[in-house]
Design a protein around this ligand. Structure first.
Ligand SMILES: [Zn+2]
Length: 344
């Protein structure tokens, strides 16, 4: 009988008391978070590392909780919690005045790119997972430097916005066929993104297909021009020519990709790919027209970047038209899903 009573008491503790204890703990945590957010607003930069708490997303990373970041300049490796690393990535890769849903999409894209690098580590940086050079991996900036570079009136507000974009998407990554994607992104697609095949000749990433966007012409990254003296152009391309040149015949776009970018162009006796000419002449994209002037050649360029994957201004434009981060990501990456990294 006594034993039965013991069991009953034990049963009551399990069913009623423990959940109350846990619930209270959670409440305490939430209250503390709100307090942190309020305090840091009042006290300035020193304490605003706590501001991330004002987005209440609890996420325990089972793996991939930290990242070994190689700093190219100092040649040092720093180990950082993954989302803390992502504050530095998102804040240097996307303007903070972009829409919140675009920043969230960027946070998920950057997290996916990072996890992809960890999983497929090709020992590019010895013991590190990734580096802070945008031309090699993805850009990263320290919080101190980031705050200094922004206008002081909005620096703190900007930082909080970035932190919230990362924290409210904690753990989320993009997968295709259950595996993290190689999440390429660029600045401005000029209205249509590019198929990966046309840039790197790689056919193994079916999620990187050309898709259309709208509203990107509203951004400064949309159009640009490069004017090069005819002599200078010959020099840059290593073309020796002593004869009189009929420029209208000398330079000719031969073929366009499906997205309207230059696939091949003939200059003199040589044929170049659009990407080759883009890098040799410093054009912002391979979507260009050629105008022959008296002494120079003008390249009229649309869009900014390689054009593969998510367009950042396209993402912002979609967000302005009420698309959320999921809709943005699924628009730019064909056939993908967003999952929790712990479910990999
Ligand atoms: Zn790198």
């Amino acid at each position: 009988m006594k034993k039965a009573l013991m069991y009953l008491i034990f049963f009551i503790i399990i069913i009623f008391i423990l959940p109350i204890l846990f619930t209270q703990r959670k409440n305490i945590k939430i209250n503390k978070d709100i307090e942190c957010a309020v305090n840091s607003e009042n006290t300035g930069l020193e304490t605003n590392t706590n501001i991330e708490s004002n987005v209440d997303v609890q996420y325990e990373y089972n793996k991939f909780s930290t990242i070994k970041l190689y700093h190219k300049k100092s040649e040092e490796i720093e180990e950082l919690p993954i989302d803390e690393y992502l504050y530095g990535v998102v804040s240097s890769e996307m303007p903070a005045d972009f829409q919140m849903e675009a920043l969230k999409a960027q946070a998920i894209v950057a997290r996916t790119y990072t996890i992809y690098q960890i999983i497929n580590n090709n020992k590019k940086h010895n013991n590190a997972d990734i580096c802070d050079d945008y031309s090699c991996c993805q850009a990263w900036i320290s919080k101190e430097e980031r705050l200094q570079r922004w206008n002081q009136d909005i620096a703190e507000e900007n930082w909080n916005k970035i932190v919230n974009a990362v924290n409210s998407t904690k753990g989320k990554i993009i997968v295709y066929d259950g595996k993290p994607i190689d999440a390429f992104f660029h600045s401005n697609s000029g209205g249509s993104t590019e198929d990966v095949l046309n840039v790197w000749g790689n056919n193994s990433m079916p999620y990187l297909k050309s898709v259309e966007t709208s509203g990107e012409d509203a951004y400064t990254q949309y159009s640009s021009e490069v004017e090069i003296d005819k002599d200078e152009l010959l020099k840059k391309l290593n073309i020796k020519n002593n004869e009189q040149i009929d420029w209208n015949e000398f330079i000719k776009i031969l073929e366009y990709t499906n997205s309207g970018r230059v696939k091949t162009i003939k200059i003199g006796d040589s044929t170049y790919s659009g990407t080759e000419i883009r890098s040799k002449l410093g054009l912002k994209s391979t979507n260009f027209k050629v105008e022959i002037l008296d002494d120079s050649i003008k390249f009229i360029v649309i869009g900014y970047g390689h054009g593969v994957g998510m367009s950042q201004t396209g993402a912002d434009s979609m967000a302005k038209n009420n698309s959320n981060f999921e809709e943005i990501i699924k628009h730019f990456y064909t056939g993908v899903e967003i999952i929790e990294v712990n479910n990999l």
